[in-house]
Ligand binder design. Structure first.
Ligand code: ADP
Length: 756
């Protein structure tokens, strides 16, 4: 048999004195220890050993080590130590063994085994000491567990965290978020200055140094941090962070725990909100509109732009005060009710040219506003305030007031007028009827506006009126016509209607004014006059004809007898004058009869084809007999025949020539021209150099009984029906009559007829 060192087995003998020696060694050792011989038989064990393993020495000493205390060391790891490692190295230190021991349970020991140097000839011994590290292991295990949990926390925490060790702030533990935040990868083991060179000049190192030196934690809020992100360039973050010092067992700062939360998104979002709020504020304050907001049921002024403050005559001190205490003069003016209405119902309130009395510069002024109150709601839709958007419109409102006043004056005036006055817009829609219209028709203003007054016009004039009105609307020209209008009692009365356009400075039609003047009495009188004339002319016709017959008879008789020459009295020439006067009288009677024929629509035309040139020549010849002082010249620039009533056209010629002579007291020349006219027509014009006709009378001279007023009326005899008849005759021939004349510069009357 050989011992563990390969020497021949030489059992230990107590006689050698070794136990005492061994005992003294083990007793000197504080830890549980024993001395065994090379055969691994226990020579001695110390008191600590017996205590540690809860056994008495009878179970230990003298026994092989594997057998002691129920074979407690009989397991492979221990055997390896003693039988493999020790013989090889003579000394084995800190050999860690964990085993479940009987009596004491599982323990971990650090075993120290060494060959004891002995003198030659003595048996070899081995010292084995056991250091129980069970508790330390457990503690370490616990510590590791805490460290792991801390690391886990670090990893899983939503914040960026790291621990820095030592005065150079070397990264020790770093979580993923931290790496992401700083945009780096391998920083553990490096100092902050080295790992993150870009933060060195941003003041962070100084803060870390300070925390490390003073042991006082540091808290930073939304601190901008510019980092170079791997592969992405530099980025600015905003971080909330805490630097918390960590202490060693002695209470000295040995590191820093850093905890940072990336607030970039929040800060940027807030900055955006701040920016948009700024813009919104800018918008409100730079707006020329008057803008204010009132919060809560007290309408506390929250926003009021410069424009509204100026309009209120207040300064920014009013902001934050309830509206009605900031501007108390509003209370009496119904503003409280208005605001309350909007606040309670949520319906906006609009006002147009609302007068408001405001104390501006110490003076109570009346100013006018267009404004709107909108309800202001929170995200849940609850009304929390009111927005006021307003424009000051004082000048415009005052002008409108003036216009309204002058319009009301005009209406009052129009209502007092005996005429019927109506008013339409530029398109012809009725906007006003005066009181006279309402009284006449018995209708309300609204009814009349809707119906218009054309439906009251007599059917005989209605179409013509509507045609004229339409023409005027298209051309913008005024017109005048006589028409009958139905009154509320169902009677038609004659009116003279005048419709005139009212134009602005640019000539644009703004409205139409229509006046209807009742001329029923005039019409009736005219009728009486006509009836009378008709009767007179009828009565005169027979005696005048018979007088003319007798005068003619006498003249023929006288001219035949030589006897007559004996009379000293110029009998023949006197009779000839009587005859001339009778011709005039006959014509007058004929004209008067024609007048009533026209009235009764009984003027008939006997048309035939004849030469107009011959008719003119004959008429002039006839007239020259009786008008010897006048020189009537005829120019036949054109010769043609016409298909017309020869007598009637002759009548027109006579009328024109008679007038040319009558109204030219200081001129003896009359010029007649027959000319070719447009549209296959012939024109006959009679020109004189007499008193002329002023422009404004031109349109009237063709009216019945119209005679130009003033001296001439008395100077020149006449009825004012010649031109009326001439016009009627030519119109019935579908021809046209024209006058060219100026007062004092002679006249030229002409008519046209179709060439046959
Ligand atoms: P009267 O019988 O009055 O001549 P007329 O109908 O023939 O009636 O003429 C109407 C009016 O027109 C006249 O009263 C006269 O004032 C004016 N008048 C007509 N012809 C001429 C003319 N050639 N020169 C100037 N005035 C004229």
């Amino acid at each position: 048999m050989k011992n563990i060192f390969g020497e021949p087995d030489k059992p230990y003998t107590r006689s050698s004195g070794a136990p005492n020696y061994a005992q003294s060694i083990v007793d000197a050792i504080h830890e549980p220890s024993m001395v065994v011989d090379y055969n691994l038989t226990v020579v001695s064990a110390n008191h600590s050993y017996y205590e540690a393993f809860k056994a008495g020495n009878e179970l230990v000493e003298g026994k092989r080590i594997y057998e002691i205390i129920d074979h407690q060391w009989d397991f492979p790891a221990f055997k390896t130590l003693l039988e493999v490692l020790l013989p090889e190295k003579q000394i084995v230190k800190d050999y860690e063994v964990t085993h479940e021991f009987k009596h004491i349970g599982t323990h971990t020991f650090l075993i120290h085994a060494s060959q004891l140097k002995v003198e030659k000839g003595q048996e070899g011994l081995i010292l084995i000491s056991f250091k129980d590290i069970t508790e330390r292991m457990e503690f370490e295990e616990k510590e590791n567990y805490h460290l792991r949990s801390f690391q886990n926390i670090l990893k899983q925490a939503p914040a960026a965290m790291c621990t820095l060790r030592g005065p150079d702030h070397v990264f020790e533990l770093v979580n993923e978020q931290y790496l992401q935040l700083v945009g780096k990868e391998d920083i553990v083991g490096k100092s902050v200055r080295k790992a993150l060179p870009e933060v060195s000049n941003q003041g962070f190192i100084e803060v870390l140094d300070n925390v490390y030196r003073t042991g006082k934690p540091y808290v930073g809020n939304e601190v901008p941090l510019k980092m170079d992100i791997l592969g992405k360039g530099s980025k600015v973050y905003y971080v909330d962070f805490v630097y918390q010092p960590t202490w060693d067992k002695e209470g000295k700062v040995d590191g820093i725990f850093a905890h940072a939360v990336d607030m970039t998104e929040k800060v940027l979002a807030r900055k955006k909100i701040e920016e948009s709020e700024h813009k919104y504020q800018e918008l409100i304050h730079s707006s020329p509109s008057l803008i204010a907001t009132f919060q809560g049921e007290d309408y506390v002024i929250e926003i009021a732009n410069d424009a509204i403050l100026e309009a209120w005559g207040r300064d920014s001190d009013v902001i934050g005060k309830p509206l009605l205490s900031a501007i108390p003069e509003l209370i009496e003016q119904g503003f409280e009710e208005m605001l309350e209405g909007v606040y309670k119902t949520g319906n906006p309130y609009k006002a147009y040219e609302r007068p408001v009395q405001l104390l501006r510069g110490g003076k109570l002024e009346t100013v006018y506003f267009n404004f709107i109150y909108y309800p202001q709601r929170d995200v849940h839709g609850n009304i929390v305030g009111i927005v006021d958007v307003a424009t000051e419109v004082t000048p415009q409102a005052l002008l409108n007031k003036q216009i309204k006043e002058s319009e009301s004056h005009f209406r009052q005036m129009a209502d007092l007028m005996p005429n019927k006055v109506s008013n339409t817009d530029a398109e012809g829609n009725f906007i006003y009827f005066n009181q006279n219209w309402l009284d006449y028709t018995g209708l309300s203003s609204e009814d009349l506006k809707q119906k218009g007054w054309a439906k009251f016009i007599h059917p005989e004039e209605k179409r013509n009126f509507e045609k004229q009105w339409q023409k005027s609307l298209n051309s913008g020209r005024s017109f005048e016509m006589e028409l009958r209008c139905l009154d509320k009692n169902g009677r038609y009365n004659w009116h003279l209607n005048r419709t005139e356009a009212v134009k602005d400075e640019a000539g644009q039609i703004k409205m139409w004014i229509g006046t209807n003047t009742e001329i029923q009495r005039l019409k009736e009188e005219e009728k009486q006059k006509e009836d009378f004339l008709k009767m007179v002319s009828h009565e005169l016709k027979t005696p005048v004809t018979s007088i003319k017959g007798y005068v003619q008879l006498l003249l023929t008789q006288l001219k035949m007898t030589e006897e007559s020459k004996k009379y000293s009295f110029p009998l023949i020439s006197s009779l000839e004058r009587v005859d001339q006067q009778i011709v005039r009288l006959t014509r007058l009677i004929a004209e008067m009869l024609d007048l009533s024929r026209i009235e009764e629509n009984k003027l008939e035309l006997q048309k035939q084809k004849f030469s107009i040139n011959e008719l003119v020549t004959e008429t002039v010849q006839d007239m020259s007999y009786t008008n010897t002082q006048h020189k009537i010249e005829v120019y036949h620039d054109f010769s043609c025949s016409v298909f017309a009533d020869k007598d009637r056209i002759g009548q027109v010629l006579i009328n024109f020539i008679t007038n040319a002579i009558k109204y030219s007291p200081d001129s003896q020349n009359v010029e007649i021209r027959i000319q070719k006219a447009d549209n296959h027509q012939v024109s006959v014009s009679i020109k004189d150099w007499g008193i002329g006709i002023d422009k404004k009378s031109h349109k009237n001279i063709f009216k019945r009984f119209y005679r130009i007023g003033g001296k001439s009326e008395e100077t020149y005899s006449g009825f004012g029906i010649g031109l009326y008849l001439a016009n009627e005759i030519i119109q019935r021939h579908k021809g046209a009559i024209k006058v060219k004349s100026k007062k004092g510069a002679g006249s030229e009357f002409s008519f046209t007829l179709a060439v046959a």
